[in-house]
Design a protein around this ligand. Structure first.
Ligand SMILES: NC(=O)c1ccc[n+]([C@@H]2O[C@H](COP(=O)([O-])OP(=O)(O)OC[C@H]3O[C@@H](n4cnc5c(N)ncnc54)[C@H](OP(=O)(O)O)[C@@H]3O)[C@@H](O)[C@H]2O)c1
Length: 350
C-alpha cells in the first residue's frame, strides 16, 4: 500500500484496539496510524510510545480525513463516530454490535463471505467473537453438506468483556488462588474469578441474552441461512483469552466424521482453520488458540449418538477472541479494499 495511506483506530487503548495496531502495522507497514480513545493520552505498546487523541477531535472542522478506520468502541460510541468517519471519507470496519443487523451493512467473516466486500462497500460490521470461529467451521460444512441445525454451548474468556473486567478478574484470581481452599470459597459467587457464570447481559423477553441472540442471528446472516434452526447458551469461564465452543450440528446430506475432518483440514476449502484430528481433543484447549492467534481450531469431530442417519455431529471449536474473533478478522476484511503486505492477513478467499 502507498506511504500516504492513513488509518484511524478508535478504541486504540482497549484490548481489541491494541491488537489492531499490531496487525495494521503488519498488513500496511508504511501507513500512517492515527489512534483515538476517550481522551488525549499516550499508549505504551511493544516498546513504543504512541500518541492517542480524544475521539471527540474527529467531530470538529479540523478532523483529519483518511482511508481506513477500525472502530473498537462500545455500541453507543460506535453509533456516534461511525457516521462521522464515513462523512470524512474513511472506509470503516466496526467491531461493535451496532450495525450487524442492518440489512444495508455486510456482516463479514473473512474466509466465509468476504466476497461481499467490494469497492462499493464503505462500512462492514465485524461479527461477534464467538460467531467468527463458529462460522469459519460451519461455513465449509454448509457449502459441502448443507447445514440444517446447530446447538451451541459457549465457554467464553473474560477478556471478551473488555480491559477493565479482565484486569479486575486477574486481581481477584491472584487473590483467590493465593488462599488455598478445596471448595473455592475465597471466590465470590457473583464474580468471574474461580467461577462459571451465565453470559446473561441484556436478556430479553425471549429468555436469551444478547450474546446468545448475536450468535444465532449473526450465524444465519453470515452463512446466508435465514431458516437455520440454531440455539445457543453462553457462559463465561475463568480464562483470560480464548473462547471455547461445543457444537452439535445436523447437516443436509449423509456424511461421516472422517469426511468432515477431510473438509475442515483442507485450508483451501476451510480457510483460517486448524483441524485437530481425533476425538479426544488433546491439543484442543482454550489456550491452544494462543499458539496460532489468527486461526480458529476445530476438533473432537464425532457422530452424535442421538441420531442414526449419519447427519448429526459433535464438534469443539476454539478461537482467540481478541485476534481471530475480533482484530484479525477486521484486518482481513479491510484487505479486500487495501492489499495487505502480510499474506496471512490478505483475504483471497470468497
Ligand atoms: N474483547 C473482545 O473479545 C471483543 C471481541 C469482539 C468484539 N469486541 C467489541 O469490540 C469493541 C471494543 O472492545 P474491547 O474489549 O477492546 O473494549 P475495552 O478493552 O473496554 O476498550 C474500550 C475502548 O473504548 C475507548 N473509549 C471508552 N469511552 C470512550 C469515549 N467516550 N470516546 C472514545 N473512546 C472511548 C477506551 O478508551 P480509554 O482507554 O481512553 O478509556 C478503549 O480504548 C466492543 O464493541 C466489543 O463488543 C470485543
Amino acid at each position: 500500500m502507498t506511504a500516504s495511506m492513513r488509518i484511524c483506530i478508535l478504541g486504540a487503548t482497549g484490548l481489541v484496539g491494541r491488537e489492531t495496531i499490531e496487525l495494521a502495522q503488519r498488513a500496511w507497514p508504511t501507513a500512517e496510524l492515527a489512534l483515538f480513545a476517550s481522551r488525549d493520552q499516550t499508549l505504551e505498546l511493544a516498546g513504543r510510545t504512541w500518541p492517542v487523541s480524544a475521539a471527540a477531535a474527529l467531530e470538529g472542522d479540523a478532523a483529519p480525513r483518511g482511508d481506513l478506520a477500525f472502530v473498537a468502541l462500545d455500541d453507543e460510541h460506535s453509533k456516534r463516530y461511525v457516521p462521522r468517519l464515513l462523512e470524512l471519507g474513511y472506509r470503516v470496519v466496526d467491531k461493535s454490535n451496532t450495525y450487524r443487523a442492518d440489512p444495508q451493512v455486510p456482516l463479514v467473516v473473512a474466509g466465509v463471505n468476504a466476497r461481499l466486500v467490494d469497492p462499493s462497500v464503505r462500512l462492514v460490521a465485524n461479527p461477534n467473537c464467538t460467531t467468527i470461529p463458529f462460522a469459519l467451521a460451519c461455513g465449509p460444512i454448509a457449502t459441502r453438506f448443507g447445514l440444517r441445525s446447530a446447538t451451541v454451548s459457549t465457554y467464553q474468556a473474560i477478556s471478551g468483556a473488555g480491559i477493565a473486567p479482565l484486569d479486575e478478574f486477574l486481581t481477584d484470581a491472584a487473590r483467590g488462588y493465593a488462599a488455598p481452599d478445596r471448595l473455592g470459597r475465597p471466590f465470590a459467587s457473583d464474580r468471574y474469578a474461580g467461577n462459571t457464570v451465565p453470559h446473561n447481559g441484556k436478556t430479553d423477553e425471549s429468555g436469551f441474552s444478547a450474546e446468545e441472540r448475536k450468535l444465532t442471528f449473526e450465524s444465519r446472516k453470515i452463512l446466508d441461512l435465514p431458516d437455520l434452526a440454531i440455539s445457543a447458551q453462553c457462559c463465561r469461564v475463568p480464562v483470560a483469552v480464548g473462547h471455547y465452543i461445543n457444537a452439535w450440528i445436523t447437516v443436509g446430506q449423509s456424511a461421516t466424521a472422517h469426511q468432515l475432518e477431510a473438509l475442515l483440514g483442507d485450508e483451501r476449502l476451510a480457510p483460517y482453520l486448524r483441524l485437530v484430528r481425533g476425538t479426544a481433543g488433546d491439543g484442543l484447549s482454550a489456550l491452544t488458540c494462543l499458539t496460532e492467534r489468527d486461526r480458529a481450531f476445530v476438533g473432537r469431530l464425532r457422530a452424535d449418538p442421538r441420531n442414526a442417519d449419519d447427519r448429526s455431529f459433535c464438534a469443539t471449536i476454539i478461537g482467540d477472541n481478541l485476534r481471530l474473533g475480533a482484530a484479525t478478522n477486521a484486518v482481513r476484511v479491510a484487505s479486500r479494499w487495501f492489499t495487505s503486505a502480510d499474506p496471512d492477513l490478505q483475504s483471497p478467499y470468497p
